[in-house]
Design a binder for this molecule. Sequence first.
Ligand code: AR6
Length: 170
Amino acid sequence: MEDLLRCVQGDITGMEVDAIVNAANNSLLGGGGVDGAIHQAAGPGLLAACRLLGGCPTGEARLTDGYLLPARYVIHTVGPVWQGGGEGEPELLAACYRNSLELAVSRGVASIAFPAISCGVYGYPLEAACILAVGELRAWLSGRPHGLREVRLVAFDARALDAYRRAIEA
Ligand code: AR6
């Protein structure tokens, strides 16, 4: 099971996996950060598909095709805005990981890449988010049959890669 979960540093938009996860906002109509990069790389077809979805509540996930991306699918999830940790942020972030995996597996996805959801503009503390992501993913993967062969945690910089490495090795 440990072989399934790995971390890499890079740009998620170029990754050759079945699905990449987008750290979106409630409108699903694009934004900055990884969301902006994914929309830019996927082309206008992605925004047109997102418009039909009618938004997404925090903690939930929605699926579209990947359009011009190497990935077949984009799974859009909405992480919590960090407000100090007492507003249900850990539970909502955990739900993002679980709901994204459930949606992926329902479409037969075998490889999936996650960005550090909520760790940019939304301000979730990086170390805590990486520990939560690894714990939630491990628990989910060990709890059911799923068909996944790779779950990739994508760090955009060296600091995030270190945080993922520490969380995976802990
Ligand atoms: N590949 C991988 N990771 C990336 C990339 C990339 N191309 N670009 C940024 N990251 P953020 P959030 C990392 O702010 O905190 C958007 O405007 C980045 O370094 O993209 O969930 C949405 O529309 C950070 O570690 O997402 C929402 O309004 C992580 O991705 C809001 O930002 C997430 O940073 C969501 O905020």
